[in-house]
Design a binder for this molecule. Structure first.
Ligand code: AMP
Ligand code: MN
Ligand code: MN
Ligand code: MN
Length: 289
């Protein structure tokens, strides 16, 4: 069994629609994928319908934009939280996702203004057109406009020079406090797993004691250990932690579509026994697979 538990579609900053994503899963010889778009579930059901036709299991997922506040009231530190098996009609979670998506749209104009002031003229309409019908607009959509206008070579350069956290065109937005995110996932019947826990962007936010505290205080269920952003050392330490604390250990590519981030679908995978634990836990909580 080949299982990739973190992928994106055009319902957020991925470039494959639900049908294309499932076709890509077939080409990558995957038996299971989870669709984890940022702050919305729009592609889950279409991908599940397509998956049923062709024999790919599609797990209901979500990547929630969360944060930890600096103790001294300094800048927020972003942490991405994966929610598996959340009921889509959960009112509280739905309201929080709505708040997150509103925050995403609300900052686009200010980021366009900053880019324009930096000599990269770009309009909000261009970004909205780039995002097409995605319910969740993100910096990658802005990056894609910068690429199409010839200002940068690719998404990576756009983030490195302009859009990344703390870069000149970065504007903050609303992020769900991490503990609240875990609780919302649980109350919607889901299983909460920290995404790319010690990738370049998140390691500073999640030192070991914060991670273990999240398990003890909020009941965090798992850690995404095998991820393209994690080197062997990181995987060894996080893997040992999941064993020690009895957490679910997942692995996934964080695929965003062919040719965009270089993370090939299926390049990191989850063990079948871990997947079975995850699914059993969703069922036990009355979640929606
Ligand atoms: P946002 O959702 O607007 O906060 O933008 C974050 C998203 O941008 C992530 O989910 C990634 O898909 C993408 N991203 C973050 N850093 C980079 C990077 N260095 N190069 C390309 N894409 C990135
Ligand atoms: Mn993304
Ligand atoms: Mn992420
Ligand atoms: Mn992701």
């Amino acid at each position: 069994m080949r299982i990739d538990l973190h992928t994106h579609s055009t319902a957020s900053d991925g470039t494959d629609g639900p049908d294309q994503l499932v076709a890509a899963a077939q080409r990558a010889e995957l038996d299971v994928i989870a669709v984890c778009d940022h702050d919305n579930f729009a592609a889950v059901l279409p991908a599940q319908r397509r998956g049923q036709q062709v024999g790919v299991t599609v797990l209901n997922g979500l990547e929630l934009s969360c944060c930890l506040a600096e103790p001294d009231g300094g800048p927020v530190r972003q942490v991405h939280l994966l929610g598996y098996g959340c009921r889509h009609d959960d009112v509280e979670l739905g309201e929080e996702l709505q708040r997150a998506r509103a925050g995403r749209f609300g900052r686009v104009g200010a980021m366009c203004d900053r880019l324009t002031a930096l000599g990269l003229a770009i309009t909000e309409d261009e970004v909205l057109a780039q995002a097409a019908d995605s319910p969740s607009i993100g910096r990658p959509h802005i990056a894609d406009v910068l690429v199409s206008k010839g200002y940068v070579a690719d998404r990576r350069q756009a983030f490195d020079e302009y859009l990344g956290d703390g870069k000149p065109a970065y504007v903050s937005r609303y992020y769900t406090p991490l503990q609240t995110g875990v609780a919302l996932v649980h109350r919607a019947g889901g299983v909460a797993v920290v995404a790319h826990a010690w990738g370049p962007g998140s390691r500073a936010a999640l030192p070991l004691h914060v991670l273990t505290g999240l398990v003890a205080d909020a009941g965090l269920d798992g850690v995404e250990v095998d991820h393209p952003d994690h080197n062997d050392d990181v995987r060894a330490v996080l893997g040992a932690l999941t064993t020690e604390l009895g957490l679910i250990r997942t692995g996934a590519s964080d695929y965003h579509g062919a040719g965009k981030t270089g993370n090939d679908l299926g390049s990191c995978t989850t063990g079948v026994e871990q997947f079975e634990r995850l699914v059993a836990e969703i069922d036990r909580r009355g979640g929606r697979r």
